[in-house]
Design a binder for this molecule. Structure first.
Ligand SMILES: Nc1ncnc2c1ncn2[C@@H]1O[C@H](COP(=O)(O)OP(=O)(O)O)[C@@H](O)[C@H]1O
Ligand SMILES: [Ca+2]
Length: 415
């Protein structure tokens, strides 16, 4: 409201009738750290509070890039937390919980390095005026990452309230891990899935038995390394990794998870043993040889539940980014695609690499990996529909909202 700025927050007439409160959730992802400051309004004590809005900001790189200088990592968190000081009215600071959950980037670090980062962040939180719950800084279990994103999307699309719930499955493709989550409709799925892929979760007075799994090492950036044959090679410095998915003449360096990698295209004069796939010849580039290389990263590595073949899914993070980068969808609006659209675009980019050379040199590899992951990894059909969204009703489709509901519930603040 225009007049809110004229009053101190606790005397503003609009706040006198309603009760506003906040929740601060940090997403410490492998490629960046993000803060989500959610505002809720409790209009009357009898009804559930409403989500009113979100303030969002992000920084790069992610915490794991500071593996050897944890204080610097914590500083990046502090800069974001300073935003919350401005966003939350001072009289609510003490009641506003702040939590950080790290995902695959920290899961891949050594226990010691990860803990050093987490404890520096904890110090930043303790020095802040906010409510710091127990366990406020942690590495999130992969299955929660999927469940909480599913909660977010289905809450924002209105599927978690009322009788007729038509929930939709979610696909998240991060830098280091990837998640698939859905509510099984067929008994078969419950019977045939590995036990640890099924989890009961309580939210808004309902219990959901969900299928969810997080595949560590199958995020887009980890998959690049796996395709190059460089994953988990800490001492990769100096060695050159080549691929038919890269522009032929390319030779460059790349930093990920605190390690430097050298990578390049598949030149004609490269000895065969330097090319990762036995099916690929020296000098070959393009979609076909690239698909063969990528295939060995995913084939037979993922569980394929039958019932997802014909359903549609919400997809975000790198699915969204790469679709937007190649004009498959509008960057702001998102859109609906079929799995085969990714394949069509992968062919177009890989078979015309010179034309796309101004974009990322990994564009061909990324699109080919997404295609292989969807088709050969999860077993989706060519015509499976993917709804790509970044925001629903102006709120980010991130696991952080689900995590904030869960947090508020556990603190007895609401829900
Ligand atoms: N607020 C956000 N909501 C949803 N996706 C996001 C958000 N911020 C970043 N992403 C996407 O997440 C992807 C990077 O994944 P990241 O979270 O860093 O890795 P991981 O999940 O493996 O730890 C990128 O595609 C990026 O666009
Ligand atoms: Ca993520």
């Amino acid at each position: 409201m225009w007049f809110q700025d004229l009053f101190p927050p606790n005397t503003c007439p609009i706040n006198a009738k309603t009760n506003t409160f906040y929740g601060i959730m940090f997403d410490a992802g492998s490629t960046g750290t993000r803060i989500h400051i959610y505002t809720f309004v409790q209009k009357s004590p009898e009804i559930l509070p409403e989500l009113e809005g979100e303030i969002f900001e992000s920084v790069k790189p992610g915490l794991s890039a500071y593996a050897d200088e944890p204080e610097k990592g914590a500083e990046s968190v502090k800069r974001l937390l300073d935003m919350a000081i401005d966003a939350v009215p001072p009289h609510l600071w003490k009641k506003t919980p702040v939590v950080l959950k790290a995902t695959a980037g920290l899961r891949l670090l050594s226990e010691e390095k990860a803990q050093a980062l987490l404890s520096e962040v904890k110090e930043v939180f303790e020095a802040s005026p906010f409510l710091v719950p127990e366990d406020s800084v942690s590495i999130m279990d992969g299955s929660y990452e999927g469940i909480l994103a599913w909660i977010t999307v289905n809450f924002l699309t209105g599927q978690l309230s009322g009788q007729n719930q038509h929930t939709v499955g979610t696909l998240d493709l991060g830098g280091a891990s990837t998640q698939i989550t859905f509510l099984p409709r067929f008994e078969e799925t419950l019977k045939e899935s590995p036990r640890d892929f099924l989890t009961s979760f309580e939210m808004f007075n309902s219990t959901y038995q969900l299928y969810t799994h997080s595949y560590l090492g199958f995020g887009l950036k980890a998959a690049r390394l796996a395709t190059l044959g460089a994953l988990n090679m800490e001492a990769a410095d100096g060695q050159m990794f080549r691929s038919s998915c890269l522009p032929k003449q390319l030779e460059a360096e790349w930093h990920f998870g605190g390690v430097k990698y050298r990578y390049g295209g598949n030149k004609k004069d490269v000895p065969l043993w330097l090319i990762p796939s036995v099916f690929v010849l020296a000098g070959e580039t393009g979609f076909k040889p690239c698909y063969l290389e990528v295939l060995k990263v995913v084939k037979g590595k993922l569980h394929q539940p039958d019932e997802i073949r014909g359903s549609s899914f919400y997809a975000f993070s790198y699915y969204y980014d790469r679709a937007a980068d190649t004009n498959l969808i509008d960057y702001e609006q998102g859109g609906v695609l079929e799995v085969r659209d990714f394949e069509r675009k992968a062919k177009e980019v890989c078979d015309n690499m010179e034309r796309f050379s101004s974009a990322s040199p990994f564009l061909c590899m990324d699109l080919t990996y997404i295609t292989a992951l969807l088709k050969e990894g999860f077993g989706f059909r060519d015509n499976t529909l993917l709804k790509l969204t970044k925001k629903v009703n102006n709120i980010e489709t991130s696991w952080t909202l689900g995590a904030t509901f869960h947090l508020l519930q556990s603190l007895g603040i609401t829900y």
